[in-house]
Design a binder for this molecule. Structure first.
Ligand code: ATP
Length: 350
C-alpha cells in the first residue's frame, strides 16, 4: 500500500527547498542545473562514490550510505527535513526499484505511475502504439521469424546477451547453446539504421514541449567491432554487446525536426491514457533512423537520460531558445522553481 503523501511545505521561496538525487548517471548535471537556478543541492552517495561530487562543487551537501538497501525511513526523514525534492534518473530507478520509489514519502519530481509503463515492454508498446509511433515489428514466437531480429532477454542490462538471427533455426541454435534456461525474451525486427536518442522536456506549467538535444551512445563492443576487418571479426568469434561507456552529441537534419516534435506531442497526449497526471519533465525516445529516414522507436525513457550529459552548458537547440546555458538538469530545476513560486508545486510532484 502506498504511504501517505508528504505535507507540502507552504513556502513559495525556492531557496527553502533542496534539489536532491543520488550520485550516479546524470547527478552532476542535475545538481549544477539546480545551483544555476539558485537552489540548494544535495547528493546521496554510496560509500566510495563521493569523489566526483567533492571534486566538482555542485552539491551543497553529500550524504553517504553504505548500500542502496540502507535507504530507510531515517534517511527519508533527513531529506524531508530539508524540503528535498528527489530528481529520478536511470540509476536511481535501477537501484531503488519501482516499488520502493512508489513507497517513498519524500517529494519526487515527475509521475511515479508512468515508470510502470516504461519498464514493462508490453505496456510500453501499447503506449507507443497509441501514440502512432513507428515501431519495429515484434514476433510472437521464434517460428514466426522471417527477417533479421534482435533477441532481447528481459532484464539484460546494457543489452548484454542480445543477439541477432534471421531464421527460427538460427534462433534455437544460439538460444539452446548459450541461454538454455532463459525463456523471457522479445523478438524484435532488427532495424538497419543509425541509433538516435531524442531528448524532450514537457512542462506541465507552460504546457510546452521542447526538444533539448540529441545523442548517440558509445557502446562496447558494438562500436569497436568495425575497427577490425570482417575476417578477423569472424575468427575472433565476437558477440555484439551494447554496454554503454559514454554519450556523443548529435545535431540532426533540420528537416527531421517537425516529425520529431509531433512524436513527442503524441507521447505526452497519450500518456494521460496511461495515468492521470500523464508524462511530464524530461523524457527520451530511443530510435533507429533508416536510410529512407523512417524513424523507428524501440524504447521510451520517462525520465532524464544520461545522453543529456554532454550539454551541461546547453545544446545547439537550447541555445536557440534560452538566453542562458540551459541543460536538461537546469530545465528541471526551473520547472520546480516556477512551480514553487506560483504555489503549484504539487503539479510537478508524483
Ligand atoms: P535498457 O535501456 O532497457 O537498459 P538498453 O538501452 O541497454 O536497455 P536497448 O535499448 O534495448 O538496450 O538496446 C541496446 C542496443 O540495441 C541499442 O544500442 C540499440 O541501438 C540496439 N537496438 C535495440 N533495438 C533495436 C532494433 N529493433 N533494431 C536495431 N537495433 C536495436
Amino acid at each position: 500500500m502506498a504511504r501517505p503523501a508528504p505535507i507540502l511545505p507552504a513556502s513559495i521561496n525556492p531557496s527553502d527547498f533542496t534539489v536532491a538525487t543520488i550520485g550516479s548517471h546524470s547527478a552532476l548535471q542535475i545538481l549544477k542545473g539546480a545551483k544555476d537556478e539558485g537552489m540548494r543541492t544535495l547528493v546521496i552517495c554510496k560509500e566510495g562514490a563521493e569523489r566526483p561530487y567533492r571534486s566538482y562543487p555542485v552539491a551543497d551537501e553529500i550524504l553517504t550510505i553504505p548500500d542502496w538497501s540502507a535507504w530507510d525511513e531515517k534517511l527519508e526523514e533527513e531529506l524531508i527535513k530539508r524540503n528535498a525534492i528527489i530528481i529520478p534518473h536511470g540509476s536511481f530507478i535501477a537501484y531503488m526499484g519501482h516499488e520502493r520509489v512508489k513507497q517513498m514519502q519524500v517529494m519526487y519530481y515527475g509521475t511515479k505511475e508512468i515508470l510502470e509503463w516504461e519498464s514493462d515492454r508490453k505496456k510500453e508498446r501499447i503506449w507507443m502504439e497509441k501514440a502512432g509511433l513507428q515501431l519495429p515489428k515484434v514476433f510472437e514466437k521464434p517460428e514466426d521469424i522471417n527477417c533479421p531480429v534482435i533477441v532481447k532477454f528481459h532484464g539484460a542490462g546494457g543489452g548484454f546477451g542480445y543477439f541477432v538471427v534471421k531464421t527460427p533455426e538460427q534462433f534455437y541454435e544460439v538460444k539452446n547453446r548459450k541461454y538454455p534456461e532463459q525463456n523471457d525474451f522479445v523478438l524484435q525486427q532488427y532495424i538497419v539504421g543509425v541509433p538516435l536518442y531524442i531528448h524532450y522536456f514537457y512542462s506541465p506549467l507552460t504546457k510546452e514541449l521542447e526538444i533539448m538535444s540529441f545523442d548517440k551512445r558509445y557502446e562496447s563492443n558494438a562500436d569497436s567491432i568495425g575497427r577490425i576487418r570482417a575476417e578477423d571479426q569472424l575468427s575472433a568469434n565476437i558477440h555484439t554487446s551494447y554496454t554503454i561507456v559514454g554519450n556523443i552529441p548529435v545535431v540532426v537534419r533540420e528537416s527531421l525536426l517537425p516529425h520529431m516534435f509531433e512524436m513527442g506531442d503524441r507521447i505526452v497526449e497519450t500518456s494521460h491514457e496511461c495515468c492521470d497526471k500523464g508524462l511530464f519533465g524530461p523524457f527520451c525516445l530511443e530510435t533507429i533512423i533508416t536510410r529512407k529516414l523512417e524513424i523507428f522507436v524501440f524504447e521510451i525513457s520517462a525520465r532524464i537520460v544520461a545522453g543529456t550529459n554532454p550539454f551541461v552548458e546547453g545544446s545547439p537547440y537550447t541555445a536557440l531558445k534560452y538566453k542562458e546555458p540551459m541543460s536538461t538538469g537546469r530545465r528541471i530545476a526551473r520547472d520546480i522553481k516556477q512551480a514553487i513560486e506560483a504555489g503549484r508545486l504539487e503539479e510537478v510532484l508524483g
